[in-house]
Design a protein around this ligand. Structure first.
Ligand code: FPP
Length: 266
């Protein structure tokens, strides 16, 4: 009870520091550290994944309340198949279980859910749940939740290259028409602007094959906090840190009353 009160006070304190006009529209998250969190507590890794789900719910709510429009989370990478079969099965079952339980609430909150990645290797029962969750929520307007499952950034880029090569082969497009806009239109995230912010928990300083094309200019926020310990307070800290950055997109910050010659040739 007391710790909940302290968290709420901290939330209020941090909320005051946030500029509501500069909330990132799209935030990507690598939810890392579930296994380590559980192991540190002497629990099976599955406990970490379960706690991870409740944290995700809290962060969706916080992001939506702040005015963020899109959250893209990395739930299962193409590399995660190399984990012990028991853990892979656990995660696959968890996705189905969570969706069956939460889909009404997701729909009520007007959240459009989308699964990004190659769904083909998943069991038919899970594919049905994923597809029906997408179709139930397809017209929802408030918020988009992209869940990356069996997703790999390189695989996505190869897929786009193949689509473009095919269109060029059939004469639908000319090689000279291939540009970033065309590439964007073939991405699994098509129609959604690139994330302004990437959050990675558990301290690893890698992108791990996540949204390689889309993260080109994203600000990266890495915290040592393990995903199951992440919460609204930590999320607000990430937003405050993001708002302290100077996003130049490869350009330079223009200084008042200073010309190119003044700054470089004197
Ligand atoms: C990374 O921790 C986490 C995952 C591989 C799974 C994340 C999945 C969820 C939180 C469930 C999401 C569910 C739905 C329906 C969207 P890790 O296992 O790599 O931890 P470690 O690095 O400590 O081993």
């Amino acid at each position: 009870m007391r710790s909940k009160k302290i968290i709420t006070e901290r939330n209020l304190e941090l909320s005051k520091q946030i500029d509501k006009r500069r909330i990132p529209e799209h935030i990507a998250i690598i939810m890392d550290g579930n296994g380590r969190w559980a192991t540190k507590k002497g629990l099976p890794r599955s406990f970490g994944h379960n706690k991870g789900v409740s944290v995700l719910k809290e962060i969706i709510k916080a992001a939506k309340n702040l005015g963020c429009r899109v959250l893209t989370v990395y739930a299962f990478s193409t590399e995660n198949w190399t984990r012990p079969a028991k853990e892979v099965d656990y995660l696959i079952n968890l996705f189905g279980k969570v969706l069956r339980k939460e889909i009404d609430e997701i729909h009520k909150e007007s959240i459009k859910i989308k699964f990004i990645g190659d769904l083909s290797p998943f069991p038919e029962t899970l594919k049905l749940v994923l597809k029906s969750s997408e179709s139930i929520t397809q017209n929802n307007q408030n918020f988009i939740l992209n869940v990356c499952v069996n997703y790999g950034g390189r695989q996505e880029i190869v897929k786009v290259a193949k689509e473009i090569a095919l269109k060029s082969f059939t004469g639908e497009i000319k090689a000279s028409e291939v540009n970033e806009e065309l590439f964007n239109s073939e991405l699994l995230t098509k129609g959604v602007k690139d994330p302004e912010l990437l959050i990675r928990t558990s301290g690893e300083k890698r992108i791990s094959n996540f949204l390689l094309w889309q993260l080109a200019y994203s600000e990266i926020y890495i915290t040592d906090v393990l995903w199951p310990d992440f919460n609204e307070v930590e999320f607000l800290k990430a937003i405050i840190d993001y708002q302290s950055r100077n996003r130049r997109f490869g350009g330079i910050e223009s200084l008042p009353n200073e010309s190119f010659e003044d700054s470089y040739c004197s």
